[in-house]
Write a protein that binds this ligand. Structure first.
Ligand SMILES: Cc1cc2nc3c(=O)[nH]c(=O)nc-3n(C[C@H](O)[C@H](O)[C@H](O)COP(=O)(O)O)c2cc1C
Ligand SMILES: [Fe+2]
Ligand SMILES: [Fe+2]
Length: 393
């Protein structure tokens, strides 16, 4: 079945129904690798797919034109989920000329030398296909040095590469038909992939008028295509500004249950105050990606760990490392946990949290299981955090 987005612009990607892990990001719903074919006097293919899906891509293209007739292959991004089939496609599309950004060209030449000529484009460069014009926008470090977007001027279609994507495999290609909430899925994607580049997204969003972009359709490289782009642009604005809800995320791990008990007491304390959501995760029983998605727009993060061998319990250490790399902002953070003798986990969590831009509170440490007085201390700490989240002290 052909999927035409606008006259002459087709989705020709692949659906990865079985994908459950995308470089560590848990993808319970699979994903798609979207590629786009633009048929005019000249034929352009924008992006390819993960290598094992090359034949699926070529079959979809063949329903529309003979792949040998592709004149231009536009490489928006060199990550293997979009570039993996590049060489395979070039072997079929024998006469295709390759266009990519400055860093994209360099990356292609590093791998393939001068086997295929590659033209480097910059923001504002255009390529005429006849009636349609492609305009390129380099978006370095959003999220790789080579990242760029391609805008089909006359149709107002923005082929946005990874930005605005969602990891969901579905039979539906458009937001309006989606059998899932595409904004919620886009949030998980944003939180796990794009959060560290929020300042660049802010800067791109502010430059939309100067770049003269008026996208009526945003077609990302994963998930459904946005026919109502206002909705996802508004959400990207909120996420990149780190707008937060009155929500406390409690994520912890435990060996013998004492840290877990503290986590429950903190949650009870937050709930005592009312008006603040609690999201509660045992790190080993949850996925990093789902926890991060809740943290994206939460006002506070409480990270708990038992002390093991003078330090952090490794599952919590792994999560903390992941969180820190995503460079969260505009949040209150606190470490907590149980220890037996010298402790170490909470001190270490607090030190690492202080390396982020979050406001870090003094950690809460308890020897073995909480005593009666400490039970109240944990609960009161939860109440104090809820009050802070609501804006009081
Ligand atoms: C294998 C192991 C190693 C531990 N290492 C330390 C340690 O180096 N320093 C410390 O203060 N407590 C250490 N403890 C004690 C635990 O931190 C203590 O039992 C704590 O109450 C466990 O919290 P939990 O019930 O949340 O697992 C260790 C416990 C175990 C089982
Ligand atoms: Fe990517
Ligand atoms: Fe991707």
């Amino acid at each position: 079945m052909k999927t035409e987005i606008r006259p002459g612009i087709y989705w020709v990607g692949a659906i990865d129904w079985d994908l459950r892990d995308f470089h560590g990001y848990t993808t319970p719903k699979g994903s798609t690798y979207n590629a786009y074919l633009i048929v005019d006097e000249k034929v352009a293919l924008v992006d390819t797919v993960k290598e094992p899906f090359k034949d699926e891509l070529l079959a979809r293209i063949s329903e529309i034109v003979d792949p040998e007739k592709i004149d231009y292959l536009i490489v928006n991004h060199l990550e293997r989920d979009h570039f993996g089939s590049f060489a395979g496609v070039m072997e079929v599309a024998k006469n295709a000329q390759v266009y990519s950004g400055t860093m994209g060209r360099k990356g292609i030449v590093d791998v393939y030398g001068e086997r295929w000529p590659v033209t480097a484009v910059k923001t504002g460069s255009t390529l005429s296909l006849g009636k349609k014009t492609l305009r390129f926008i380099e978006t370095p470090m959003m999220h790789w040095p080579d990242s760029m977007m391609t805008y089909v001027e006359e149709d107002k279609v923005l082929l946005s590469s990874d930005a605005f994507g969602q990891h969901v495999a579905s039979s539906e290609r458009f937001d309006r038909d989606a059998s899932f909430d595409p904004v919620a899925e886009a949030k998980t994607y944003y939180a796990n992939i794009l959060m560290p580049f929020s300042h660049l997204i802010q800067s791109l969003l502010s430059k939309v008028p100067e770049l003269n972009l008026q996208p009526e359709i945003i077609a990302p490289d994963h998930g459904v295509i946005w026919t109502d782009p206002g909705k996802i642009i508004e959400a990207y604005g909120r996420w990149s500004r780190f707008e937060a809800r009155p929500r406390v995320v409690i994520a912890y791990d435990t060996m013998w249950g004492s840290t877990e008990k503290m986590a429950h007491l903190l949650a009870e304390g937050v709930m005592d105050e009312g008006g603040v959501e609690v999201k509660f995760f045992n790190i080993r029983k949850s996925t990093n990606s789902e926890i991060i998605s809740e943290i994206q727009d939460a006002k506070a993060v409480l990270l708990g760990s038992a002390t093991l061998n003078n330090g952090i319990f490794p599952p919590v250490g792994g999560f903390l490392y992941y969180l820190k790399g995503l460079r969260p902002q505009n949040k209150i953070a606190m470490g907590f946990g149980s220890f037996g003798w010298m402790g170490g986990a909470v001190k270490e969590i607090t030190a690492r949290l202080k390396e982020t831009d979050m406001e870090v509170l003094d950690g809460l440490e308890i020897r073995y299981p909480a005593t009666k007085a400490q039970v109240e201390q944990c609960r009161e700490t939860g109440r104090m955090i809820a009050r802070k989240v609501k804006g009081g002290q």
